[in-house]
Write a protein that binds this ligand. Structure first.
Ligand SMILES: *[C@@H]1O[C@H](CO)[C@@H](O)[C@H](O)[C@H]1NC(C)=O
Length: 181
């Protein structure tokens, strides 16, 4: 999108926000829905957990807005985990994330970011099996690296990660976008 189109969109958004009732604020729009990025990592896909995880997602009232099976290469995996690039575990992380296909999904519901984090459980799947036995990581994770699934850790991460994989999908406060459709 050109700079001019961006500016125009921004102005239109400002106008639509300022015309909204005063109680309505960003992030909690008329229908209050939010989007997050979920990923079934290589061990989850190769371990045949995809269908089971999608069943849990739908039963937990998320809608799967988009999904894509993709194979990450070194460059893409490194860019996705850029914030960890100086950490000692980074090379292992990239090797793991490129070891097979991943399923990336955009999930939508009220409080999607925190609810999906809650559903997947603690990062360390070993700990998840003890403290959160019904979590997805307890179901299919192995340890703190091979932990089967990913979830955005904040609404700003969700926005970045959704754009990273689906540059045509809108994130953030989607209520106003629904109003336009
Ligand atoms: C894969 O998982 C599905 C349901 O989650 C199950 O019905 C099927 O038998 C599994 N396939 C294999 C090869 O384990």
């Amino acid at each position: 999108m050109s700079g001019f189109a961006d500016q125009l969109l921004f102005i239109l958004l400002l106008v639509s926000v300022s015309l909204s009732p005063p109680v309505r604020c960003l992030g909690d729009g008329a229908n209050g829905k939010e989007r997050t990025l979920a990923m079934i990592k290589p061990d989850g896909v190769s371990g045949n957990y995809t269908e089971e995880i999608k069943r849990i997602i739908v039963e937990s009232s998320f809608s799967i807005v988009r999904e894509m099976l993709t194979q990450l290469d070194n460059e893409k995996a490194s860019a996705f985990y850029d914030e960890h690039s100086s950490r000692s575990f980074f090379p292992d992380l990239v090797t793991y994330m490129t070891s097979g296909p991943v399923l990336v999904m955009v999930l939508e519901k009220r409080d999607a970011v925190s609810d999906w984090r809650g559903l997947i459980g603690p990062t360390d799947a070993q700990k998840a099996k003890i403290s959160h036995p019904h979590s997805i990581r307890a179901l299919c994770g192995k340890d703190s690296q091979s932990n089967c699934v990913h979830g955005s850790d904040s609404t700003s991460s969700a926005e970045r990660e959704i754009k990273f994989f689906f540059d045509d999908v809108l994130s953030g406060d989607i209520a106003s976008q629904h109003d336009e459709l």
